[in-house]
Design a protein around this ligand. Structure first.
Ligand code: NAP
Length: 354
């Protein structure tokens, strides 16, 4: 049981990001004081939404410079915090030139670095770490002959050469549990979202969520969508799960945060029903053989195709509903609102809101 004092400041790492921005907003709306870490608090663009939140909640939000790879850089902002929400980690999909430097090292060393600051900060009682369903399973094929993935499952198949983002999340989370287990002043709770969709407070995020949805405007799915099924969850529900995981004294362990699973074709159908027919919305699933041939050009390996395409996927999020009280929005709504925002931001054609 860990009781967090609602008057103590909360540290949120990677606060400029897609997911973290909603966490910061939720905390501020609860009247909490938030220390937000970003790489460069003085940068001219990309932080506008945090400055707006700060103006709307005077004296409640401060920005602090911290880099995952700079030892000790999280310590100053953490002073006096009882709750630390660690979200910062690169989420890149598609072709990644140097997975070790771009994904694995920042995720793993960054987590060790943040937790070293936690160990050095006597006020901290709980750490909520943004992990992912990517640390729960490696490839869809692992569902064969079993039920939905649960919070007891671990990804044991991703590596430095296969599913490197999933590997980065798995090794970072494993390191976090190992470090947490060496002491008993603070406890660790981990949050495991599927693909996060829904409105963004920032247009600057380079999250894989944005990259994935861009496929529905760039015509890459026009001649058929790969038969890939993904977990999907709304960004606002992910933020709420983080905040509740921090504030629920009994919260413990790993929480899968996922509303539903959808194939790329199902996402296309949702978009067609909401926005009308467009050539960039896929009408059919491409044959697996075709995907296998096209894979290298799309930054996918044949192994990825073999182990994921045409294979079902399911998760059990019931503990999150029961223990954290999160009522998931329908995945359809998150898809539609995400695309509507792309229209509003001029990233997709269509009728803007308002
Ligand atoms: P995002 O918008 O790209 O946010 C990632 C954040 O990490 C950014 O604020 C970025 O800061 C920060 N970051 C990256 N490298 C850093 C470094 N070296 N030092 C300090 N900060 C660094 O992506 P997101 O989708 O919100 O992802 C947030 C978290 O959710 C990640 O842990 C991700 O693995 C996890 N997650 C995301 C999804 C999803 O579908 N989006 C699903 C499951 C889990 P800068 O602004 O300085 O670049």
């Amino acid at each position: 049981m860990t009781q967090i004092d609602a008057d103590a400041p909360v540290l949120v790492t990677g606060a400029s990001g897609y997911v973290a921005s909603w966490i910061v907003k939720d905390l501020l709306e609860q009247g909490r004081t938030v220390r937000a870490t970003v790489r460069d608090p003085d940068k001219a663009s990309g932080l506008e939404h945090l400055h707006e939140l700060s103006a709307a909640h005077p004296g409640k939000l401060t920005l602090h410079a911290a880099d995952l790879l700079a030892d000790g850089s999280f310590t100053v902002g953490m002073e006096g915090c009882q709750l630390v929400i660690h979200t910062a980690s690169p989420f890149l999909v598609g072709k990644v030139k140097d997975p070790q430097e771009q994904l694995i090292r920042p995720a793993l060393e960054g987590t060790r670095n943040v937790l070293a600051s936690v160990d050095a900060t006597p006020s901290v009682r709980r750490v909520v770490l943004t992990s992912s369903v990517a640390a729960i399973y490696g490839d869809n094929v692992e569902m064969r002959g079993r039920g939905p993935f649960t919070d007891q499952d671990w990804n044991t198949t991703s590596s430095e050469t296969h599913q490197q983002y999933s590997y980065s999340k798995t090794v970072a989370e494993r390191a976090a549990w190992e470090i947490a287990g060496k002491q008993d002043r603070w406890d660790l709770v981990t949050i495991h979202p599927g693909l996060v969709l829904g409105p963004s407070l920032t247009t600057a995020s380079k999250s894989g969520s944005m990259t994935t949805m861009r496929h529905f405007v760039d015509f890459s799915l026009t001649f058929g969508a790969p038969g890939l099924t993904l977990g999907v969850v709304d960004v606002r529900d992910v933020a709420q799960a983080h905040v509740r995981a921090g504030d629920t004294p009994e919260a413990t362990g790993r929480y899968i945060v996922n509303a539903d699973t959808l194939s790329l074709l199902q996402i296309g159908r949702i978009l067609r029903s909401a926005f009308g027919p467009r050539p960039s919305f896929p009408l059919f699933q491409a044959p697996k053989k075709v995907i296998e041939l096209a894979a290298p050009a799309a930054g996918l390996t044949r192994e990825f195709v073999k182990r994921n395409i045409g294979r079902p996927l399911a998760f059990d999020s019931s503990r999150t509903v029961r223990e954290l009280g999160v009522a998931f929005r329908p995945a359809r709504d998150s898809v539609v609102e995400h695309y509507q925002q792309m229209i509003d931001d001029g990233l997709a054609k269509g009728r803007a809101r308002g």
